[in-house]
Design a protein. Sequence first.
Length: 134
Amino acid sequence: MTGPDDRAGEVPYETHGGGGDGRGDGVPGSPGLHSERTRLAWVRTGAAMAACGLGAAGIALRHHVPAGSAPFAVAILAGAILLVRTGVRYREVERALREGRPLDHRLDAALAWLGGLALAGGALAIVLILAGRP
């Protein structure tokens, strides 16, 4: 049985990340890889949103529906902003984890929703426009 004195020389670790032993990854206060995985998820979201918007705008223009490409331009812009904000967001997450304070994700979530709704609305509009053509 171990007592409190058996751990006297050890450095205290946060219980984030690491290999499942509850001690982190060796750096006091280290959050592990959570913020890196979150950063990569936002990169995937922004890149996919911008790419889908670009492809859908190309389809709209190819079918001679230039007004239908406006919502896709919004999605492209939202995806690009998410990609640009990735570095800033990563630093904010790291700082918040180290300081133990909550993080405000409302702007990024609103951008993701805006881009997603623009893609869905634009796709619906294109389908309805093309379905009404002879």
